[in-house]
Structures are given as structure tokens and as C-alpha cells.
Design a binder for this molecule. Sequence first.
Ligand code: IPM
Ligand code: MG
Length: 363
Amino acid sequence: MAKYTIAWMPGDGVGNDVMEAAKIVLDRIALDAEYIPADIGWEFWCREGNPLPQRTLDVFKRTDCALFGAITSKGTDRADLELVPELRGKGYTYRSPIVGLRQLLDLYICLRPCKAYPGNPLNYRPGIDLVVFRENTEGMYIGVEFGRVPEEFYTVKAMEKVPRDAAISLRSITPGSSERIVRAAFDHASQHGRTKVTAVHKGNVLRQTDGVFMSVARKVAAEYPEIEFDDANVDAMGMWLLKNPLNYQVVVTTNLFGDVISDLCAQMVGGLGFGCSGNIGSHYAVFEPTHGSAPKYAGMYKVNPLATILAAKMMLDWLGETEMAAQLEGAVAQVIAEGKVRTYDMGGSHTTLEMAQAVAAEL
Ligand code: IPM
Ligand code: MG
């Protein structure tokens, strides 16, 4: 029996291309694992009305963790849904299965490292090396939205100023979820020799929800006196990150702000082709590139697989295979530094699989 069992979820679009690339590298490093394919994504929603079928949930129960490619998360709007003839007019609503999966499995940490590997022509500035801890289960992602304010809401006085034809989305921030994400950020900092944690919020406007988040953050920070703690409003943070990216080491924030800030940080170290991500809970984790499924490039083996390969590296770390993880990261760094193999986003013309083979050759 293999040491690990890993749920293998290519998803759709370029998800297949980049997972094939990841497999080349994992095979080369000889991770002792059995990979169990699992269905997720747009295709299954169209066919079965469910992008995350029960059989996939069953695979999670008998695997250690999952590696995931990409899926199409169509817009909120009906217009997208109307494109599927079988479903036209039926009013189905499609919710991103990756968001559902994070909540269902309580993968409360979204960890997004952003490192400027030397030699990457896409680096915004040399030396950037930070990690984003995004709360992954609540905030603006609870899915409680109304196209029109429900009548019974008007029994609450504060609602008087909200027009009757408003659409509303609720943001929920609990002390418990805030505490565990902030604690994860501080633990990571102390385990990885980081000396500073920055909490990001919009406390000057979202007084209640970010009031909870920040009061918990300050309380947790006090337990780690050796680590510097500061905070910033999310708008200012966008500015500061661009101005002084080297001032940041560990950034911790709520769900939607983390979504936005982590894209900004990924862009500073090469963009979509480099953004990797771990959705981590107490017992299970799903690793993925941050990018989407780019349907127009599906099957063309054009996109950069390094985001997925770096997600596989995060998976190795999480499994406790830290030596293998370090080797894999070293191989990625080496290929980037040499600059001989580059995918189109890096100004080159090598394919997805050629990039993976180049990384494998360094192992
Ligand atoms: C991400 C993505 C998802 C999110 C989308 C695809 C629903 O942007 O992982 O950052 O908003 O979390
Ligand atoms: Mg995002």
C-alpha cells in the first residue's frame, strides 16, 4: 500500500493541462502515493446538476489530501446559465464548487505564498517573499444574498434607510473563525522565522465585522510578543504593497479582502502562472493553483504549470515531506534562474509539459 492517498481533481479547462504537468514532477520525485481521480466542476454541473457530486465527497473521506487543477466558476448571473440549453429558464443557480468545498470541509486557512524567484522576468521587484493567510469559510462568502431585501428585514430599525429594491449580501465574521486564522498566521510566522504579521481590514467603515476581527487579532498578537504586529485598512494596504512590498512578511485577513490582496501579491511575483494556494483545515487540505480554468487555452498545453507545481510543493510540506518539498522548490527556482525554459507568460514559447520536464530534470 502506498504511504499516501491523494484525491486527484484536474477539474476542467487548463486544469487538465497543469495537473498532467504536476504528475510528471511528482512521479520524478517518487512520492509514495496513490492518486484517486475525483470529479469536480462545470461539466458535472451541466450533466448532473451538481459540480461536487457525492462520490467526490466520498473520495475526500478516504484520502489524505487533494490536488486540484482549475474549474470554471461562471458568474452569478443568469445569463451564463442560460447558455446551457438543458437548463435554460429553470432558474438553477451555480455556486462555485471550490467555495463550497472550502466550507464543507472546513478548510479555514487559505495560504498563499508569494515569492519572487530570482530570474523570473515577471517579478515586480526582487526580494518579495510574503505569505497571505486568507480566512476561507465566512465573511462575504457565506452565500447569504438577496436579489431584493426580504420584507421581514424591515422589522429591524437600521434597515429603514435601505431601499426596498436593493440587492443585499451579508458578511459574517465570528470571533472563533477570526481567532483560528490569526493564530495560524502567527504560528506560521514563528515556525518559519518571520518577524512580522500584518492584519488587513476595513475597520473604519465595517465597524462591527472588522471590529470583531481586529479585536481578536490584537488579543492573539499579544500572545506572540516576539513577533511584530501591525495592521492596515485594505485600500491603504493595496497602495503600501505596491510601494514597499518588502515591508511585508505575513498578511492575515478576512475572506474577500484576502481574495483581492492575494491576487495583487501574486501579480507582483509573476501573476497567474506563479500563484499557488493551499486550502487547509485541521484534518484535510486541498492544494491548487490560484488561477482559473482559462477555457480558451484548454488542451493547448500553453499555460505555465509552475503555480500547480508549487501547489504540489505546498502539499508535500503539509504531508510532512519537507525535504522533498525543499528539493522541488529548489528545482523550480533553478529552472527559473537559468531562464532557458519559459512559458508564454514569461515571454517564452515552451509548453506546459516542457516546463514540467525541465523541473523534473533538476530533481
Ligand atoms: C480564488 C478564486 C475563487 C474565490 C473564485 C474562483 C470563486 O478567485 O480562489 O481566489 O473567490 O475564492
Ligand atoms: Mg481569487
